[in-house]
Design a protein around this ligand. Structure first.
Ligand code: R5P
Length: 296
């Protein structure tokens, strides 16, 4: 299998290739003066199985279009099998028509990815809260990998926690909080969240007592940081001691990181689905082990 990294995930692609005992294959990607992209595949892909690693954060339209260019060119150049690895899958929040006339964006993304000849699709902890099985939106084989065990193992190995408990900031985070708690061998609970608007949320506690305990908060995404800021306020009010926050996708929009540290969180970390100052956990082992199982 040949591994290629789009411009959003060059380093992650190198790390994945290393684990698989390969070198990352070369793409030349540059911009014309008018802003359009130029792409050249610098490796013979004819008859080969190729994996294209390309997260879609911060500039989702650009990175998604770049994926389409890469995959379509490879199909045209005779690649036998094309595997999309899109660790952070943009446009997944709109997985339903909440109001009349809205675009169900994730369905459009799935159709586009398939239209260029992608044979198999991988993502990591997709934000599909109303769809519990990602293969419902794809007609090709699609896999939603979980990086929660990696995140929890990192916390367990590197951060000292006293009488810890895992907390998910809302009901939707229960699956991740439960998985992290299993790895850490501790209790978990989730809080109740009401979203007021895109940046403001209200959070209430449910049953678990966090007084004088260290807390690991686990969520899939930190975007504006609003959810975590409110969660930290509630946990402090309830007497929590050290607060460690782990997320899969550190979107960190605007001044989110500053807001988080100002809120009094002790440690915040995420994965390299989105390269960021807190991306301490690499997804490379999870993705490499999934790619090892692909039938070429
Ligand atoms: C919500 O459903 C997600 O699991 C995250 O809690 C949310 O996306 C975080 O967004 P923000 O950081 O903007 O509160």
């Amino acid at each position: 299998m040949l591994i290629f990294g789009g411009s959003a995930s060059e380093v992650l692609a190198i790390d994945i290739a290393k684990i698989l005992g390969a070198a990352v294959s070369k793409l030349e990607i540059k911009r014309f003066p008018d802003g359009e992209k130029y792409l050249r595949v610098q490796q013979d892909v004819s008859g080969q199985c190729v994996a294209i690693i390309q997260s879609t954060f911060h500039h989702p339209d650009e990175y998604l279009f770049e994926y389409l260019l890469i995959a379509d060119s490879m199909r045209d150049l005779g690649a036998e099998k094309i595997i999309a690895v899109i660790p952070y899958l943009a446009y997944a929040r709109q997985d339903e028509r909440f109001n009349p006339g809205e675009a169900v964006t994730i369905e459009t993304v799935a159709k586009l990815v398939e239209s260029v000849g992608t044979n198999e699709f991988y993502t990591v902890n997709a934000h599909l809260h109303r769809i519990n099985d990602i293969s419902r939106i794809f007609s090709i084989q699609a896999h939603n990998l979980s990086a929660v065990p990696l995140l929890a193992e990192y916390i367990s190995r590197n951060i000292e926690l006293d009488n810890p408990v895992v907390i998910g900031p809302d009901e939707e985070s229960e699956q991740w909080a439960a998985a992290a708690a299993r790895v850490l061998g501790v209790d978990f609970d989730v809080l109740e969240k009401k979203r007021i608007n895109a940046e403001r949320v209200e959070i209430k506690t449910r049953r678990l007592n966090v007084k004088n305990r260290d807390v690991a908060v686990i969520d899939d995404i930190i975007s504006t940081g609003g959810t975590i800021v409110e969660t930290v306020k509630v946990l402090r009010r309830e007497g929590a001691r050290k607060i460690v926050v782990g997320c899969i996708h550190p979107v960190l929009a605007g001044n989110a990181l500053a807001r988080l540290y100002e809120s009094g969180v002790d440690i915040v970390l995420g994965t390299d689905s989105i390269p960021s100052p807190i991306s301490r956990v690499s997804l490379a082992p999870t993705i490499a082990s999934a790619l090892r199982k692909v039938k070429e």
